[in-house]
Design a protein around this ligand. Structure first.
Ligand code: AMP
Ligand code: GLY
Length: 433
């Protein structure tokens, strides 16, 4: 198979790496890619926000499979454009992508199909938003309806600040059209869990579970980020627990898509909250793999992603084998100083070769580029995900942190507590279950 991956971050680097390792794959192409992806794929500097450019590239390469990494082209309908030209695509069309593209759409979908989620109100103006806030206790959860690159969800302690945030979204429109409507929902306690599922609209296959670390600083302090690190699999998400997730969350979602006549061949990302009683609720759907979850889920995965993705894209997922995880992976994000606020780019990176010499260590690039003389430099907020693998969390974790010690760039910052509480389940006492 010739595989084309669209996107240029750490997730796409991990996808290219996984495809390149499959015996079924003859070549991997990536657009626009980044300086690290060059090692795993042939990169093409194409603007993937333009459907015409994507079609031109696909026309030239004739890929057997196109995988769309980020949400923006999915929500814009890139998968439909490619499918209409006969390409097999992993990624839903515009309609299915609404599960991520509109939180109001996703919430109404969950209500309609009995998928457990936090109680909510959809507000079109400040008056409705105030009413929805007054019905609730702090902390308040306020979300922009549309895509906001991970910056559209707010968990706020004071009523005044929550009202200000609603006014900022609805009136001052600081997130543009994305905040034209807001969703205000009940705050849920517990531990978060990411479950990535491939579905062709009929069958589904579950990839290893993972847990992201969204806050900027150690101890889950500071502002939300795109994700500062992750690990996979999550030991407490055992078979009895996952059977409940399947029954309560995954099956009703796949059945709901069918009932609503929404075709879906792609990845469903379930962002779950698991409370101390073990109850599971969906915080959010995404319609693509997570970043940085993909960078740990794929190294942990014991199967062939190319086979699974191709079966999913062709609508024959029921024939695809999907073994469980074969090892544990811990990934730590190295970010630019200042991220998620303003940061500078263009700093040279060093020590990567040495870091990668460690057995079972992978470095996935998110924000790297080459300068005029071919030197590797930083080009984004999240720069690298450094992944260690091993028999358990402890082994994988020490591999990742050992590798990080070799890597240098000015202002580099990372969390030192990724996967530290990895073994701890959200429920108080498992023996009483
Ligand atoms: P979302 O974009 O909906 O995943 O929200 C981003 C983050 O905000 C989540 O990963 C949670 O950490 C937090 N969050 C979102 N919704 C809730 C909620 N209802 N209760 C508690 N925390 C939430
Ligand atoms: N890591 C969270 C996301 O990809 O949405």
């Amino acid at each position: 198979m010739r595989v084309l991956v669209l996107g240029g971050g750490g997730r796409e680097h991990a996808l290219c790496w996984a495809f390149a390792g499959s015996p079924l794959v003859s070549s991997v192409h990536c657009a626009p890619g980044n300086a690290g992806i060059e090692k795993a794929a042939i990169v093409h500097p194409v603007d993937i926000s333009d459907p015409g450019s994507i079609l031109d590239l696909a026309g030239t390469l004739s890929p057997d499979l196109v995988v769309i990494g980020p949400e923006a082209p999915l929500v814009a309908g890139a998968a439909d454009v490619l499918r209409n030209r006969g390409f097999d695509v992993l990624g839903p069309g515009k309609e299915g992508a609404m599960l991520e593209g509109s939180k109001a759409f996703a919430k109404n979908f969950m209500s309609r199909h009995g998928v457990p989620t936090a109680g909510f109100d959809i507000c079109e103006n400040l008056e409705q938003a105030e009413k929805a806030l007054l019905k609730r206790e702090p902390p308040y959860v306020v979300k922009a309806d549309g895509l906001a690159a991970g910056k559209g969800a707010f968990v706020i302690d004071s009523f005044m600040e929550a009202r200000e945030t609603c006014a900022g979204l609805l009136v001052k429109m600081f997130l543009g059209q994305s905040g034209k409507r807001v969703v205000i929902e009940d705050h849920l306690p517990g531990e978060e869990l990411t479950v990535l599922v491939l579905t062709d609209g009929i069958s589904f296959r579950i990839l290893p579970t993972s847990q992201d670390h969204k806050r900027a600083f150690d101890g889950d302090k500071g502002p939300n980020t795109g994700g500062m690190g992750a690990y996979s699999p999550v030991p407490w998400a055992d078979k009895p627990f996952m059977d409940r997730v399947i029954k309560k969350v995954i099956e009703p979602t796949v059945a709901g898509l069918k009932k609503d006549s929404i075709p879906f061949r792609g990845v469903l990302y379930f962002g779950l909250m698991v409370d101390p009683a073990g109850e599971v609720r969906v915080l959010e759907y995404n319609v693509r793999m997570g970043d940085p979850e993909t960078q740990v889920v794929l190294p942990a995965f014991g199967g062939d992603l190319a086979l699974l993705a191709a079966c999913c894209a062709r609508g024959s997922l029921k024939d695809a084998p999907c073994p469980g995880p074969s090892r544990t992976a811990v990934g730590v994000v190295l970010a630019s100083g200042g991220y998620p606020g303003p940061y500078d780019c263009g700093f040279p990176l060093s020590g990567l070769d040495r870091a990668e010499m460690e057995d079972g260590t992978f470095i996935f690039h998110s924000g790297t580029a080459r300068d005029g003389s071919g030197r590797l430099i930083t080009s984004g907020g999240r720069v690298l995900t450094v992944v260690g693998t091993g028999e358990d969390i402890q082994a994988a974790r020490s591999g990742a942190y050992r590798a990080i010690e070799s890597i240098r760039f000015e202002g580099a910052r990372f969390r030192s507590d990724i996967a530290l509480k990895g073994g701890r389940s959200p429920w108080k006492d498992r023996s009483q279950e």
